[in-house]
Design a protein around this ligand. Sequence first.
Ligand SMILES: *Cc1c(COP(=O)(O)O)cnc(C)c1O
Length: 378
Amino acid sequence: MKPRDLSDHVAYQAGRGIEEVARELGRDPSTFVKLASNENAHGPSPAAVDAIEDAAGSVSSYPKAAHADLTAAVADRWAVADDQIWLANGGDGAIDYLSRATLEPGDDVLVPAPGFAYYGMSARFHHGDVTEYALAREDDFSQDAETVLEAYDGERIVYLTSPHNPSGSTIDLEAVAEIADRTDEETLVVVDEAYGEFADVDSAVALISGRDGFDARDDVAVLRTFSKAYGLAGLRLGYAIVPHAWAEAYARVNTPFAASELACRAGLAAIEDDKHVERTVATVAEARATMREEIDALVWPSDGNFVLVDVGEATPVAEAMQERGVIVRDCTSFGLPACIRITCGTPSETDRAVETLNEVLEDRGLDADGGTTGVNGA
Ligand SMILES: *Cc1c(COP(=O)(O)O)cnc(C)c1O
């Protein structure tokens, strides 16, 4: 026998890892820097590392108390009720819970293109289908209600990503409210704020709670993760914040104990370590500014911990950078074959990425037209 027909399913393409690339090129891994997966340049919060060490001896028990403790801490942070917090195995796990809670076979989800691949993957796992709205490169991937609503055709879930991966653009809360207003009663608007900590904009949780002049809604959910600003990508911890009316569904859709004891204990320590997040956010802001100023190509403004750069041809540029020890994300798989995405590193990593990219661009400019630099009209 064989698995079911998976021909509609696409494999997730993760950013490339140092070990993998170093082995392929036969080089010493320590000479590489990886700026391909939007990980935290400062690593995990030291408090989280301590918590993981302390909890190591108790992993023989199921994470019941730890789950309850973290849920309460996260709920407190957002001023919502505990049962509005759906902890999960990464933000991706929270996307699965929302799929499980909403999709009947044949239901559609509406997702941004370019955009985060897992929205569509999760929908397909749950026998749903995927339609897209386009974020236009000519408009700098700007997001507004009209762009989404023009493409909307009764889908069960509408995904908004703010800040958006891979462009870094955001959508304002009035636009989110308008989308929720003008879509069907049965449509859930999910605002993915995986990079929310890096943006100077308010969270869409205000629309769920009815704060800051917004009415409380039962058709918006927010997604958050510990993978980015908190530096816990390897632990797999994220959550959805859902409307009050949805609270009960969690018990029926969650994979028991999907957020592990170590993840919950580390998350609890990390959420209290404001200093680590502040330092991370400050480093990111600096790195974004450096890359915007110093890269000799078009760099879009970004509210995430990465920037999108138009390099003309992504694959050869990403390969040439990798050859020089800097691993970045080739955005061809996002449908942007001219672009690479560079994660904000420490100041020295960011400087190295800028220098390396500028060298590569200059070399390619020389090859292409025998003398002038500044390819791609940068
Ligand atoms: C990283 C990311 C997530 C969540 O990732 P997890 O590691 O599963 O928490 C969700 N959405 C977007 C757009 C992301 O880039």
